[in-house]
Design a protein around this ligand. Structure first.
Ligand code: PLP
Length: 437
């Protein structure tokens, strides 16, 4: 049997390959769009022309997604905040949200005074579990928020059926999945409102930025009035006949419009989205298939009737199939072979103090302070998760090396069990600058 790298054997992946994770890919097209936008010497330049960029982006995004309204925002978080406001969240309401996600899925609803009721995650997809959503509904529930985590679509049919049954609204956090599909429909356009992020690491990067999409005119008008005071453009904004045009002068307290430079980058990146997604799919799909069936791990996959994206990639560790081998030792042995891998990086939201204190002041929220919510299934699931890099592009050879390394390590679990690892080498949770998402 081939000697393990931890025991002095040859590494399966001797070559440094972290440069393959470089993202975003900004090239001449983006530079030339920015130069053109900022060039005040061009003959057709007019003051405030910059802002047309945001209107063009909205038109192009709406057309790509096949929705009536797209509203550009300066972040995905701003899009979600506006989305909860647009859906009518008020103090005392309850929002059901996943615990296994980034904080921006639910914290903006907390800011509006809602109590966040967390639901368990589906172990197959890591997305919010529709059956648990149903269990968490109370007379105060108003909105269900879902995240298509790492680019895997949620169980949208089940979730929309529950929403119809109980007369609830649904917000899709589609930050990880621009271009993904669920039963032939673009993810992010299925519920009442969908929110995308254009932050630098995302699949449609504009360095910072976001987009809210909806087919509901009032939802769009409310979102515009929330974060887009003093409409800079007549185009793509509610007309005088809208009741919300009364707020044109002041808005409702936020300035959430996208930076025109980000809008210019986003327009170019939108044109490259499908090609870029396909490149990720080519290598990550190959890796997923190759890892399938290796004992000790389970690949987290999207249901066959969906088309996922790869903003992140997770496998679940099954120690029981490797005679109980410790996860830290497993990761240590993989790293020694040259595999970039790490322990789960997401903190579970229901364990965070921000949801249990009135940080804005005692009178701010009518939501009662409470003990930490308990989500034992997701806590156990999280402890099994391992993150592998979602390569934007990589040679097939490298994916084959990854697959081979997993085979080599899992076949020698008993040997790995015997090693002692020093404290400083233990696979600790990654730091926030980790490139593995
Ligand atoms: C699931 C999810 N939702 C929302 C956001 C927020 O997006 P932004 O960083 O553009 O505010 C992120 C960002 O990482 C995210 O991962």
């Amino acid at each position: 049997m081939e000697r393990l790298a931890i025991n002095g054997g040859p590494k399966v992946i001797p070559q440094e390959h972290s440069h393959l994770l470089k993202w975003p890919k900004i090239g001449e097209e983006e530079f030339s769009a920015i130069r053109n936008l900022l060039d005040m010497q061009r003959p057709d330049y007019k003051p405030y022309d910059f802002y047309n960029e945001m209107v063009y982006l909205e038109q192009e995004f709406a057309s790509y997604m096949g929705v009536k309204y797209a509203l550009s925002e300066n972040s995905g978080t701003a899009a979600i905040h506006s989305g909860f406001f647009a859906l009518g969240i008020q103090p005392g309401d309850e929002v059901i949200a996943p615990t296994y996600t980034y904080w921006a899925t639910s914290m903006p609803a907390r800011v509006l005074g809602a109590r966040i009721v967390f639901a368990e995650s589906d172990p197959d997809t890591l997305c919010i579990d529709a059956a648990d959503i149903r269990r968490k509904i109370t007379p105060k529930t108003r909105v269900i928020a879902v995240t298509h985590v790492w680019g895997i679509p949620c169980q949208m049919d089940e979730i929309m059926n529950i929403a119809r049954e109980y007369n609830l609204k649904v917000l899709e956090d589609a930050a990880h999945i621009p271009g993904g599909e669920y039963k032939g429909r673009k993810v992010g356009t299925i519920a009442d409102v969908g929110c995308f992020s254009f932050q630098a690491s995302k699949l449609l990067p504009a360095i910072e930025g976001g987009m809210l999409v909806t087919n509901n005119k009032e939802v769009w008008e409310r979102a515009v009035s929330f974060g887009h005071y003093g409409f800079l453009t007549e185009k793509n904004r509610p007309g005088k006949d809208s009741p919300y045009s009364e707020f044109n002068c002041t808005g409702l307290g936020f300035k959430y419009r996208i930076h025109p430079v980000s809008a210019a980058i986003a327009r170019i990146q939108l044109g490259k989205l499908e090609e870029n997604n396909a490149k990720r799919e080519a290598c990550m799909g190959y890796l997923a298939e190759g890892l399938e069936g290796i004992p000790g791990i389970r690949v987290i996959k999207a249901p066959p009737y969906t088309h996922r994206t790869y903003w992140g990639f997770r496998i679940a560790y099954k120690a029981i199939e490797l005679n109980g081998l410790d996860k830290d030792k497993f990761l240590y042995a993989l790293r020694a072979e040259g595999v970039m891998c790490e322990d789960e990086r997401y903190d579970l939201q229901h364990q965070q103090i921000a949801y249990r204190v009135n940080a804005y002041g005692p009178k701010f929220s009518r939501a009662p302070l409470e003990e930490r919510q308990s989500l034992p299934r997701t806590e156990a699931l999280k402890s099994t998760l391992i993150g592998l890099p979602a390569f934007p592009e990589a040679p097939q050879e490298l994916m084959e090396q990854y697959i081979y390394a997993f085979g080599k390590v899992t076949a020698q679990a008993d040997r790995i069990a015997k090693i002692t690892i020093k404290n400083q080498d233990i696979a600790k949770p990654p730091d926030k600058h980790s490139v593995i998402r």
